[in-house]
Write a protein that binds this ligand. Sequence first.
Ligand code: FE2
Ligand code: FE2
Length: 191
Amino acid sequence: MGVAALDPSYEVQLAMRLYVSVVLTRHCYPRRFPSGRLPMPDNLYDALRESHELQRSLLRKLLRSKAGTQDRISLFKEVRIELHAHEAAEERYLYVPILMDDMGLSSSRHALHEHHQIDELIEDVQKLDPAGVAWVEKAKELSHKVHHHLREEEKKFFQVSGKILSAAQKVKLAKQYRKDYARMHKVLAAA
Ligand SMILES: [Fe+2]
Ligand SMILES: [Fe+2]
């Protein structure tokens, strides 16, 4: 028997540690997933990237669609709604908060300008005949612009904003972004 086991204060310490670990596990820590992992709070950048991936996938399908088909028309509507919903919610819950900080001024200004350019390209495509060559050229231009913008956000603007926003803000803004993004989708689909 070790010296430590004979020391009553050692046993008290062990009991205290056991009690604290049981109490913390039951009452303080968040519930675990069935896999045993602790749930992570939703992050603003994960929410934004989900939409970016959707945009890339929809644009890929749009450029592969057959000229003048219903499939092309439906895909374009999906692209338009997705881009507009994402832009609006992103402007409100990423770019407005960082615009208020001197460090975020240039990035937010740049991003909002590109959103406007994307909107103009969407309008240009909408005016063209989906069966024509000019439609394909303009849709490619839109796709190129969106891809450039997403890359710049993911490589630059997210990093800049990451230094401005606190961890608590990122969690709160993720919730607000998701709510507004879903609402905008409904509003645009019903229009
Ligand atoms: Fe954007
Ligand atoms: Fe974005």
